[in-house]
Design a protein around this ligand. Structure first.
Ligand SMILES: [Zn+2]
Length: 98
């Protein structure tokens, strides 16, 4: 895996078990091709650890790991939807403060 410095710090906070869970037995959502756990590019997005992967079929996926809520094992494969929800939540928060 390739990590940004920031991402590496967050990744190291995960237990060995969790690291394994996030990188084993993974398949492309589109073509079901197995994804090698070491093919991820990890960076930090909105405070969450984000594992990016581009499949041989061209499908781009991201797995977001909220390291503060590991128990939830939240996986959000629909990055755009997640991003929209996040932006919307922020807009509403700002509106509330105005
Ligand atoms: Zn694929």
């Amino acid at each position: 895996m390739k990590f940004t410095d920031e991402a590496k710090v967050l990744w190291d906070q995960l237990s060995d078990e969790d690291q394994k869970a996030w990188t084993s037995n993974i398949h492309c959502q589109k073509c079901r091709t197995g994804i090698e756990g070491d093919k991820f590019n990890a960076s930090v997005y909105e405070g969450n650890l984000a594992l990016f992967h581009e499949c041989i079929c061209g499908n781009k996926e991201v797995r977001l790991i909220d390291v503060t809520m590991q128990d939830q094992k939240a996986i959000d494969d629909d990055f755009e939807a997640w991003k929209q929800a996040k932006l919307k939540a922020r807009a509403e928060k700002e509106k509330g403060q105005a």
